[in-house]
Design a protein around this ligand. Structure first.
Ligand code: ZN
Length: 454
C-alpha cells in the first residue's frame, strides 16, 4: 500500500491562502481553501485555476471561518468540486456570513474593473449545500482514516483536525492557533501523541504584549477619550476582534472602570456575526459561561448602538462626544471606517486605536507609520488625531506559545510542517523547534509532494 502524501498549495511563504492536500490510496482531502490577501496581484492569483482538479477531491475540511481559510471555497465548487465540506457547526454558520459578504465584494469589485467576479453568491450557496457539521471530540470514521476535532481557541468554532490512519499513526492540522487565554474562548487544547503536525506560524518570530498590559492600556485610552469628550475610532475585523472588544467594554462598564459612553458598532457584517456569537453559549471559557448563566448579556450594554442602516451610520458624525466607533475594515482598506477616518483624523480631539495587524500597502499601515496626511477616496486628509496601537488583542499564539504547543507532543512527533507565516517567521519558528525541542521541522515548498510515514 502506498503511503499518504501531503502537498501545500497555499499558506506557504504567506500568512494567507491556506490550502493543503492530503492524499491516500483511496481519497483526496483538502484542508482549508483560503483567499490570498495583502499580497501584490492577489486578485489575479485568487482567480487562477487550482493546481489540482477540484472534481477529483472527495473532502474539504475547514479549520475556521476567516476568509484566508475559506475565501476560495465557492470557487472550488464553481470549478467542479462535488465532495463533502466539513467543519464545526459554528464555523459553518460564520462561513455563511463571511462568504455572502465576500461574494458581494467580489461582484462589486469585478463590476468596477469590468471583469468577471471569481464567484458569486450562487456558488457560495452551492458550497453551503455541500457543508456538514462535525462536533469537537466525536471520532468520525472515513474509509481510510478516522477524524477527531479539537478546539484551537483561535475564533468561535475554530478546530484542529487529527487524522488517524489504520497503522495507528496520526497527523494534526492546526489551522490558526489561539492566543490563549482568550477573554472569550476556551484555551487551545493540549495535543499529545501525534506523528506529524502542520501548523501556523503567523507570529513564529515574535511574542505579543501580555494580557494585563493590553487590558490596562485599553482602559487608559478609553478613559482619556471620555475625559476629553473626544472620539475613539477603532478599525476592527468583523469576526472575533469586534466581539472581544464589545465583551471588554461590557466588563469595564459593569465594573465601573469606565464611565457610560456611547458606542457605535457600525458594520453590518460585524452586527450579523455578533448575533451568531450571542446565540452560542457552550463554546466559551468557564468564566464567560458563568457570566452567561448569571444572565449577563456579554456583548450588549446601555449606550451601545448597532447601526446597520446607512442612514443611522451617517448620523454618527453629528453625535457629540465622548463616543467610540467600531467599524470595518480592520486595515482601513474599505468599508465604513473610511468615512469616519475622513471625518475624525483631522480632529486633534480624536484618537484612532489600531488593534490588529496592518499589512504593508494598506491605509492602516500608512497611518500606523505616522503619516501626517493620507488620501481617502481621492481626498487629502490631514492627520491630527492621536494614533495608538495595542497588539495584545491578537487571536494568534506568539512564538513562545507555538513552541510550547509542539513541546507537549515532542516525544511522538516525527516532523512539523511550518506554514501560514511570512518566510522569516516560518523559518525562525522551524529553527526554534529544531534547536529547543530537537524536533524535525521544515518550511514546505509550495506544490511539492511529501510522503508521510503514516
Ligand atoms: Zn484565522
Amino acid at each position: 500500500m502506498s503511503k499518504p502524501t501531503l502537498s501545500c498549495f497555499g499558506g506557504v511563504g504567506y500568512v494567507t491562502g491556506a490550502n493543503f492536500l492530503l492524499e491516500t490510496e483511496t481519497s483526496k482531502s483538502l484542508i482549508d481553501c483560503g483567499l490570498l490577501q495583502g499580497v501584490e496581484n492577489s486578485d489575479g492569483i485568487n482567480a487562477d485555476k487550482f493546481d489540482y482538479d477540484p472534481a477529483t477531491i472527495d473532502f474539504l475540511f475547514i479549520t475556521h471561518a476567516h476568509i484566508d481559510h475559506i475565501g476560495r471555497v465557492p470557487k472550488l465548487v464553481k470549478d467542479g468540486f462535488k465532495g463533502v465540506i466539513y467543519s464545526t457547526k459554528e464555523t459553518k454558520e460564520l462561513s455563511r456570513l463571511m462568504l455572502e459578504d465576500m461574494a458581494r465584494i467580489n461582484e462589486s469589485n469585478a463590476q468596477e474593473r469590468g471583469v468577471e467576479p471569481i464567484y458569486t453568491n450562487i456558488h457560495a450557496e452551492q458550497a453551503l449545500n455541500l457543508w456538514q457539521a462535525i462536533p469537537y471530540h466525536e471520532s468520525k470514521k472515513f474509509a481510510d482514516f478516522s477524524l477527531d476535532l479539537f478546539d484551537a481557541g483561535h475564533i468561535l468554532g475554530s478546530a484542529m483536525y487529527k487524522f488517524t490512519f489504520p497503522s495507528g499513526k496520526s497527523m494534526l492540522f492546526t489551522g490558526d492557533l489561539g492566543n490563549s487565554p482568550s477573554p472569550l474562548l476556551r484555551d487551545t487544547e493540549k495535543i499529545v501523541g501525534v506523528d506529524y503536525i502542520l501548523m501556523d506560524s503567523v507570529y513564529g518570530d515574535r511574542n505579543h504584549e501580555d494580557h494585563s498590559e493590553r487590558d490596562r492600556r485599553f482602559k487608559e485610552i478609553v478613559n482619556e477619550v471620555i475625559a476629553k469628550k473626544g472620539t475613539l475610532l477603532i478599525p476592527v475585523f468583523s469576526l472575533e476582534r469586534t466581539q472581544v472588544l464589545l465583551f471588554e467594554l461590557d466588563n469595564l462598564l459593569e465594573s465601573k472602570q469606565i464611565a457610560p459612553v456611547s458606542v457605535f458598532l457600525d458594520s453590518p457584517l460585524a452586527i450579523r456575526i455578533t448575533a451568531v456569537y450571542e446565540r452560542t453559549d457552550s463554546e466559551y471559557n468557564k468564566d464567560v459561561q458563568k457570566e452567561l448563566s448569571g444572565g449577563d448579556d456579554i456583548f450588549r450594554f446601555p449606550k451601545l448602538r448597532m447601526t446597520g442602516k446607512v442612514r443611522d451610520s451617517m448620523q454618527i458624525a453629528n453625535e457629540n462626544g465622548p463616543k467610540i466607533i467600531l467599524a470595518g475594515s480592520g486595515m482601513s482598506t474599505a468599508g465604513r471606517i473610511l468615512g469616519h477616518e475622513a471625518n475624525f483624523l483631522p480632529d486633534p480631539n480624536a484618537t484612532l486605536l489600531l488593534v490588529g495587524y496592518q499589512a504593508p500597502g494598506t491605509l492602516g499601515r500608512v497611518i500606523e507609520e505616522g503619516a501626517k496626511q493620507v488620501t481617502i477616496k481621492g481626498q487629502n486628509i490631514p492627520v491630527r488625531a492621536r494614533i495608538e496601537k495595542i497588539d495584545g488583542f491578537s487571536a494568534h499564539k506568539g512564538s513562545d506559545g507555538l513552541v510550547d504547543f509542539v513541546a507537549d507532543t515532542k516525544d511522538s512527533v516525527k516532523k512539523v510542517f511550518v506554514t501560514m507565516g511570512e518566510p522569516r517567521s516560518s523559518i525562525f519558528l522551524a529553527q526554534r523547534l529544531k534547536d529547543e525541542l530537537d524536533v524535525d521541522a521544515l518550511v514546505p515548498e509550495r506544490g511539492k509532494r511529501y510522503e508521510l510515514d503514516l
